[in-house]
Design a protein around this ligand. Structure first.
Ligand SMILES: NC(=O)c1ccc[n+]([C@@H]2O[C@H](COP(=O)([O-])OP(=O)(O)OC[C@H]3O[C@@H](n4cnc5c(N)ncnc54)[C@H](OP(=O)(O)O)[C@@H]3O)[C@@H](O)[C@H]2O)c1
Length: 279
């Protein structure tokens, strides 16, 4: 297939390239070559390229930055996604879009199904939800893949920050009242590669298996990396950040499993591989 990837310089974008490059023809775009907020350029570019499928891994992902730069958040995560959907409709190709657990409000106490009650509490979550809605209004053929707590080789992420802090801190304070599922971008990219071989369109929750708090995750990271760091649990309100986060956003990968796919491996296995790779 001819696959056009947006945001190909990003953390997930890099792994999508790795996973897909030997199986498909890739058209790789970045914010420089295809700024998705530019409606006419986006439509013209996609009409010229005539891809069989578009994967949108472009987004404004700075969750705290979104609170301050709301215009950018809605332009990229809302309008930009709408522009892609309009372009895909013109060339009649499916759109794969990556969304987030932050479209939920955090009040659930059990893993959340794809049709669970939506209610974003941050600008990032609200802007990502706008993108989801635009796709559903414009296209019939789409995969919206909600994922969570991403980390990978090519980007800023929580495990990397923890390991960097450990270089000159013997004690680190970490939030314990936010629970989710850390997800390794190569695993997610493999999942997306499987999904696009099908026409099982719809909304998917796709994360590694299991769940933990940030605090538990950091303790596990230090255990695996064999680092002697004391983790001091704090509440999200003690660890003030501009954007509120859902206190619970574990995603039930229900649709994925029901379609016959194997659950992604546990987050514990995945982080072990990651630490092995970067140390
Ligand atoms: N990171 C997480 O924890 C997480 C969790 C759940 C869901 N997600 C979602 O997963 C997807 C991938 O996330 P990620 O962490 O891999 O993101 P990332 O590393 O921040 O990469 C995002 C990419 O989007 C590009 N971009 C920004 N504005 C653009 C524009 N106007 N036009 C075209 N490209 C633009 C950036 O390009 P430049 O670098 O060239 O500006 C960047 O390479 C996103 O949809 C995100 O919302 C992420």
């Amino acid at each position: 297939m001819k696959i056009l990837i947006t945001g190909s310089n990003g953390m997930l974008g890099h792994d999508l390239q790795e996973v897909l490059k030997d199986r498909h023809e890739l058209i790789l775009t970045t914010s420089k070559t295809l700024d998705i907020t530019d409606k006419q350029h986006t439509i013209d570019f996609i009409c010229d390229a005539k891809p069989d499928i578009v994967i949108n891994s472009a987004a404004y992902t700075d969750v705290d930055g979104c609170e301050e730069n709301q215009d950018v958040a809605y332009a990229v995560n809302g309008e930009g996604v709408k522009n892609l959907a309009l372009a895909c409709r013109q060339v009649d190709c499916p759109l794969v879009h990556i969304s987030t657990d932050y479209v939920f409000d955090g009040t659930a106490r059990d893993p959340i199904d794809e049709d669970g009650q939506i209610g974003p509490i941050s600008v990032y979550g609200k802007s990502k939800l706008e993108g989801e809605k635009a796709i559903q209004e414009i296209l019939d053929k789409f995969f919206i893949v909600r994922t969570a707590w991403l980390y990978g080789i090519n980007g800023k992420n929580f495990p990397k920050t923890m390991l960097e802090l450990a270089e000159n801190h013997s004690e680190i304070t970490v939030v314990y009242d936010e629970v989710g599922t850390p997800t390794y971008t190569p695993d997610l990219a493999e999942g997306i590669a499987k999904l696009i071989e099908t026409d099982y369109y719809g909304i998917y929750h796709l994360t590694n298996s299991g769940s933990c708090s940030w605090c538990e995750f950091s303790r596990y990271i230090f255990e695996v990396a064999e680092l002697d760091v004391k983790v001091i649990p704090v509440t999200a309100s003690e660890f003030a950040r501009p954007a509120p986060r859902p206190s619970y956003s574990v995603l039930n990968n229900k649709n994925w499993i029901e379609k016959g796919f194997k659950p992604l491996r546990s987050y514990k296995e995945a982080i072990k591989e990651y630490i092995e790779l970067i140390k």
